[in-house]
Ligand binder design. Structure first.
Ligand code: TMP
Ligand code: ASP
Length: 242
């Protein structure tokens, strides 16, 4: 496969065209940002770790019947993916209250939700990725009602698979963010990445609210030992028998 021009550089990844118009190459960077890029830094080895974790989780999801853009991991930091048109929505699934849900509703952190909450945010950096209502989503024509229902169903199926997978790793999947794309056949498929950058992951053998955090919250809130936490997630994911 010949790598051609850079198509897009995001905060954590770079997307390249290849000689196959159906296939793109994603390069995972060590760069980290938070709070809409107001906080910037670098996490040593993050690109390789997130590439390996994402590749593994995409395979797990494919085996569970979820269509994804994953084609192959081709080097430590590079993944081949199918070309899709990204839907400008961030689909967040929450099992336990944390982050913006606590900030915006007053729910105490750690509250187990009676059922998973699926939320849609507008993927728009200049607006700060605002939370959408269903009607605002339709007003902006970001997706059709049928697509929203399908996204909701897929997000909940993905949550079931990932919750069980991380449970086997001794990790609680608190919440996570997904992005979807539309392929050339008009099918919605899971895109982007699934990694400690995009999930909240709590170590089940730690009760201490600071020590248990194995995800990007360590970077967001300066909790230290960020690389070690990401590395621990990678080791547990690769050692899983599921
Ligand atoms: P939030 O509580 O800050 O809304 O985040 C919910 C989940 O989404 C959490 O697992 C982190 C993830 N997330 C991203 O992947 N990218 C983002 O830009 C934000 C704000 C959250
Ligand atoms: N990735 C997002 C950003 O920089 C936010 C986050 O993950 O907290 O802006």
């Amino acid at each position: 496969m010949i790598v051609r021009q850079k198509l897009y550089e995001g905060k954590a990844k770079i997307l390249y065209a290849t000689d196959d118009p159906e296939v793109l190459l994603t390069y995972f960077k060590d760069d980290a940002t938070a709070f809409n890029a107001q906080k910037r830094g670098s996490i040593e080895g993050k690109g390789a770790i997130n590439c390996a974790i994402s590749s593994h989780l995409f395979r797990v999801l494919e085996a569970g019947g979820i269509p994804t853009h994953f084609v192959a991991q081709v080097s430590t930091n590079e993944m081949q993916v199918r070309a899709v048109k990204i839907v400008p929505l961030e689909v967040v699934v929450r099992n336990i209250a944390a982050g913006s849900l606590c900030r915006e509703t007053g729910l105490p952190i750690g509250t187990v939700l009676p059922k998973p909450l699926v939320e849609f945010y507008y993927k728009n950096d200049s607006l700060g990725d605002p939370l959408l209502t269903r009607d605002r989503l339709f007003l902006l024509e970001l997706a059709t009602p049928k697509q929203v229902d399908h996204l909701q169903t897929l997000a909940l199926r993905i949550n079931d698979i990932l919750t069980a997978f991380f449970q086997d790793c001794g990790i609680t999947l608190v919440d996570f963010k997904l992005e979807f794309g539309i392929d050339r056949n008009g099918q919605l498929i899971l895109a982007d990445e699934i990694s400690p950058d995009t999930c909240r992951l709590w170590n089940q053998t730690e009760d201490d609210p600071t020590k248990r955090v194995l995800d990007k919250d360590r970077f967001r809130h300066d909790l230290g030992n960020v690389e070690a936490a990401y590395q621990q997630v990678l080791e547990r994911v690769l050692n899983s028998k599921l």
